[in-house]
Design a protein around this ligand. Structure first.
Ligand code: CA
Length: 228
């Protein structure tokens, strides 16, 4: 099956570079230069993936993220020259899957598209229940966590936090998302909870908690459980 990809980008050079490279990789690529053009294409037929620039002639890409999320669960990747963390968090909270800062290598874009597709695909078929990477084995259904063959004893909150990261393995989860999903929507400002529990989890899971290999910090944004 050929995957259909919509590239929304007003910079002609970047747009044609992405179009040709992604077409070579086997994607069917459509392009739009503005929000209105993107909306028209989306209304006609939803693609499998959207790659979206933020600064567009008729508005901000964030508007399109919000609009797409009301109707579709397809992966949305942001490519932008802006790199303020607040902006990045807003986009991820609005439902974007990932964020690349320009200039980026096309190989990196392809890798992120594959991860996003795998996640959306898996999420549609069955919820992720296990995670294996190197010395770490997590089985959410039996609530078992093993590190180097040893069963770890986690508190209920530690387990909940870890489970939330497993469900988005390989992707950054924002502080706000983690606080909302683990503690509840009234706790979104309590980032110290997150720091505390992440410290406890690292102490149990990581060989060297000061150099984590599994529970990775995305500075100022959130955390990411290292994937495969
Ligand atoms: Ca632009």
């Amino acid at each position: 099956m050929t995957l259909r990809l919509l590239v929304v980008e007003d910079d002609r050079e970047i747009r044609s570079m992405m179009q040709s490279t992604l077409a070579v990789e086997g994607f069917e690529v459509q392009t739009a230069v503005s929000l209105s053009e993107a909306r028209a294409l989306l209304a006609h037929r939803a693609p499998d993936v959207v790659v979206l620039d933020l600064g567009l002639p008729d508005g901000d890409g964030l508007e399109l993220v919000q609009q797409i999320r009301k109707q579709h669960s397809l992966p949305i990747l942001i490519v932008s020259a802006r790199h303020q963390e607040a902006q990045k968090i807003r986009l991820l909270d609005a439902g974007a899957d990932d964020y690349l800062t320009k200039p980026f290598a096309v190989g990196e874009l392809l890798a992120r598209i594959r991860v996003a597709l795998r996640h959306r695909g898996t999420a549609l078929e069955a919820a992720i229940t296990t995670h294996d990477l190197e010395d770490l084995h997590i089985d959410l259904s039996s609530r078992r966590v093993l590190s180097q063959g040893e069963v770890l004893h986690l508190t209920p909150t530690e387990f909940k936090l870890l489970a939330r990261l497993v469900r988005s393995a390989d992707r950054v989860v924002t502080h706000r998302q983690l606080l909302t999903d683990v503690w509840g929507p009234e706790y979104t400002e309590h980032t110290h909870y997150l720091r505390l529990y992440m410290g406890q989890l690292r102490a149990k899971i990581e060989r060297d908690p000061a150099e984590p290999r599994h529970l990775l910090t995305e500075t100022g944004v959130g955390y990411r459980l290292a994937g495969h």
